[in-house]
Structure formats: C-alpha cells, structure tokens
Design a protein around this ligand. Structure first.
Ligand code: CU
Length: 165
C-alpha cells in the first residue's frame, strides 16, 4: 500500500517534473538524523507536508505554564481541527500525531522528529501520556507531526514549563 502510494507519487512527480524545493531543502538533515524510519531513502519522493487548517491548534489540556506537579505526570494532549491518526506513513490532509519534547522548543516544519529519550512519539494516535521526570523545572513542548513524523512546525505546538516536586 505504502509502496504503491510512493511509486504513484513518484510517477506523478515525474509527470509534473516535481519542483518541490521546500521538501528537498529538508532532505539532508532528514537522512543524516538518526534513521528511525525504514523508508528514509524515499524522502526525496515523499509527499509534501499537508497544509494546516486555519483554526488548527495544539495544546496541553491539563497542564498550565508554571504549574507544580508530582512525577509520574499524566498528560492530556489536545488537538483542534485536525484528526489524530497513527504514524502509518500514509499522508492524509489535516491529520497527524502528538509528540512531547522534553527540555526542547518546537521543531521547524518538515523536519523529522527524532526518536530518543527527549522526543516521545505517540504514533498510535494516543491523546494521553504518562511520563516520569526528575524533581526540578522542565520545559515540555507538544509538537504535532504528520504520518511520516515530519513536524508541522511552530503553528502546531504548545510549550509549558512545569516544576516537579
Ligand atoms: Cu512521530
């Protein structure tokens, strides 16, 4: 299915002589970043990042900036005007999944979110997460990304700083 989609896209691409400069610009960092994605080699022919609906918004439902909490933290992740979907590699309009970035700011649009201890993926379309944090102050960024884990950028992000007792 995915292969079919990609080769169909490649064909369309050839027919339209693909002048997709925005996507190709992000290719080098995608391929040099930790290769979590089997299809990284297909990045050159990956579909364009879907457009973001005007009223789309990402937010922490139950966390406020400056809040003091205990670990583990139960986090409710909100998204308006976009569908929550699994990270199945099939690009659909107005759709994606959540990520929590620990101690980090939002990621530029089109950049693939790495998978490591500070970039947590919720690729099964989860809207809640439980994370453990040591005592102290932590910046948490919610970042929405498409089915290929490509960041939707600053427009679909929300950051809070919380203190763990
Ligand atoms: Cu992801």
């Amino acid at each position: 299915m995915l292969r079919k989609t990609i080769s169909l896209f490649a064909l369309v691409c050839i027919l339209n002589s693909c002048n997709n400069s925005a996507d190709t610009a992000t290719t080098p960092s995608d391929t040099t970043s930790k290769d979590n994605h089997e299809h990284a080699a297909a990045t050159a022919t990956a579909p364009e990042l879907p457009t973001i609906p005007d009223n789309a918004k990402v937010y922490f439902k139950n966390l406020k900036d400056g809040q003091s909490l205990s670990s583990p933290l139960m986090i409710e992740m909100g998204i308006d005007d976009m569908a929550l979907d699994t990270a199945n590699g099939i690009i659909k309009p107005a759709s994606g999944h959540h990520h929590i970035l620990i101690g980090l700011d939002s990621m530029a649009a089109g950049i693939t979110v790495p998978k490591d201890s500070v970039h947590l993926h919720y690729g099964n379309a989860q809207s809640t997460a439980e994370i453990k944090l040591p005592p102290g102050t932590h910046k948490l960024t919610l970042q929405f990304a498409d089915a290929l884990h490509r960041s939707y950028g600053r427009r679909l992000t929300s950051t809070v700083t919380v203190t763990i007792k």
